[in-house]
Design a protein around this ligand. Structure first.
Ligand SMILES: *Cc1c(COP(=O)(O)O)cnc(C)c1O
Length: 400
C-alpha cells in the first residue's frame, strides 16, 4: 500500500494529520517527573467526553475488547446473572465473553436491525423480585447493523422497576461521535476504544466507571489482573500507570481531545447527525433499505445498507476496493454478503462523505445493482441543505 485508500469503514477511522503529527515523536520516559502533566488532564477531559463528573476513567493499552473485559471482571462474580441483547456482531461477542468468563448470561436473540428491547427488559426485571440480575449490557451503537439503542430508556426501565443491576454500555462506536451522557443516563460502565470516534489508531481501551460500579469492585469475585481497576487507580492517582502506557497514543489522545473541544462536543454530535442523515437520504434515493428497521434507531456513525437479494454485497466491497481504492465495511456472520457498511464517524465532513457515496454508487453500478447514477449523491446534497441558503438569498432579492 503506497497511497492510503479512501477509508469508509467504521473503525479504524481516518486519523487527522494533526493527530498523526502529534504522535510523530521520540519515545519518552513514562516515569518522568513531568509525565503527569500529560496524563492528569487526559482523565479529566475524557470525563467530559463521556458526560460524567462523578465517574472515574481508566486507559488501558488494549483495544476496546479489553475494556469490555475490564468492565465485567472488575464488577461481577462467577455465576452472576447478566442480561445481554445480541442484536449484532458486537453485542453478540460481548455476550460470548460473558460465557467465557463463566457468568450466567441470559442472552436475548434479537433480530439484527432492531434496537435493545425496552419492553422485554421491563417485563424481565419485574419478574426478578430477588434481584438476581446483576448487570444489564447494552450496545449503544451496534456497529454491525448501524443501530443505536436508547440507553436513557434502559435507565428509565431500571429505575421504574427499582432494580439495582449495573448498567454496562458498549460505547465503542458512539463515544466522541454521538451524544453520550453517562451521569444523566446512570451508566455504570461505559466502554470505548481509541480507533473510532476519537480518530486515533487502535491501541487504547478506555472505560468510565461510576461510583456504584467502583463500589461493586470490592465484592466482585471474577479473576482479574491486567485490567484490575484498583491497580490502575493506585498509579493513576499521581498521573502514572502500573505498567508501560502507550505514550504516543496518549500524545495523540491529547490532540484528539483538543480537536473535539475546539469544534465543541455538541457541534461534533450535530455534524455526525447531519452526515448520517445525508447517507440515509442517499440509501432511500437508491431504492435500497438500511439494516436498521426504523429511521429512529438508525445510527449517525455507521450505515449498513442491504443489497438486493440476487447480489453479493461482497462483490460491491471488492469492486470498491480494487477499482476505486475505497474500503467499505462488510456484513459480519449472520448478514455476510447481505449488506455493506459505510462508516461516517470521526474525521468526516461533507466533501468526504459525498466522495464515499459516489464511490458506493460506482461500485454498486459495476456490481449490477440498478440504481440511478447520481441519485444518492443528489439526495445527500439536498439533505445537507446544499443550495438552500442561495435559494433564500434569491427569494429575498426578489422580495426587495
Ligand atoms: C469496534 C467495536 C468493538 C470492538 O473493539 P476493538 O477495539 O476492535 O476491540 C466493540 N464494540 C463495538 C460497538 C465496536 O464498534
Amino acid at each position: 500500500m503506497t497511497e492510503p485508500k479512501h477509508l469508509f469503514i467504521p473503525g479504524p477511522t481516518n486519523v487527522p494529520d494533526r493527530i498523526r503529527r502529534a504522535m510523530n515523536l521520540a519515545m519518552e520516559d513514562m516515569r518522568a517527573s513531568d509525565f503527569p502533566e500529560l496524563v492528569m488532564p487526559l482523565f479529566a477531559d475524557l470525563k467530559r467526553v463521556f458526560g460524567t463528573e462523578t465517574g472515574q476513567v481508566f486507559i488501558y493499552p488494549s483495544s476496546g475488547t479489553g475494556a469490555w473485559e475490564a468492565a465485567l471482571t472488575n464488577t461481577l462474580s462467577p455465576g452472576d446473572k447478566v442480561i445481554n441483547a445480541s442484536l449484532g456482531q458486537f453485542s453478540m461477542l460481548w455476550g460470548k465473553m460473558c460465557r467465557d468468563l463463566r457468568l450466567d448470561v441470559e442472552d436475548w436473540e434479537i433480530d439484527w436491525g432492531e434496537a435493545f428491547p425496552l419492553e422485554r427488559l421491563a417485563e424481565r426485571l419485574a419478574a426478578d423480585k430477588a434481584h438476581e440480575i446483576k448487570a444489564v449490557l447494552v450496545c449503544h451503537n451496534e456497529t454491525a447493523t448501524g443501530v443505536t439503542s436508547d440507553v436513557a430508556g434502559v435507565r428509565r426501565v431500571l429505575d421504574a422497576a427499582g432494580h439495582p443491576a449495573l448498567l454496562a454500555v458498549d460505547g465503542v462506536s458512539s463515544v466522541a461521535a454521538i451524544e453520550f451522557r453517562m451521569d444523566d443516563w446512570g451508566v455504570d460502565l461505559a466502554v470505548t476504544g481509541s480507533q473510532k470516534g476519537l480518530m486515533l489508531p487502535t491501541g487504547l481501551g478506555i472505560i468510565a466507571v461510576s461510583e456504584k460500579a467502583m463500589a461493586a469492585t470490592k465484592t466482585a469475585g471474577l479473576t482479574r489482573s491486567y485490567f484490575d481497576f484498583a491497580w490502575q487507580a493506585s498509579a493513576n492517582a499521581s498521573g502514572y500507570f502500573p505498567y508501560t502506557p502507550a505514550t504516543l497514543l496518549l500524545r495523540g489522545l491529547r490532540e484528539s481531545l483538543d480537536m473535539l473541544f475546539e469544534e465543541g462536543l455538541e457541534a461534533v454530535h450535530a455534524r455526525h447527525h447531519r452526515l448520517g442523515r445525508a447517507v440515509r437520504a442517499a440509501v432511500d434515493a437508491w431504492g435500497l433499505a438500511c439494516c436498521a428497521r426504523r429511521p429512529e434507531i438508525a445510527s449517525d456513525t455507521v450505515t449498513a445498507i442491504m443489497v438486493p437479494d440476487h447480489i453479493d454485497a461482497g462483490a460491491v466491497i471488492r469492486t470498491a476496493y480494487t477499482k476505486y481504492n475505497t474500503s467499505f465495511g462488510a456484513g459480519l456472520t449472520k448478514v455476510a454478503g447481505r449488506l455493506f457498511r459505510i462508516g461516517h464517524l470521526g474525521k468526516m465532513d461533507e466533501v468526504k462523505i459525498m466522495s464515499g457515496l459516489a464511490a458506493a454508487e460506482m461500485a454498486m453500478l459495476d456490481s449490477g445493482i440498478a440504481i440511478q447514477p447520481g441519485s444518492g449523491v443528489a439526495a445527500a446534497m439536498t439533505a445537507l441543505g446544499v443550495g438552500a441558503a442561495a435559494a433564500t438569498d434569491r427569494s429575498a432579492g426578489l422580495a426587495a
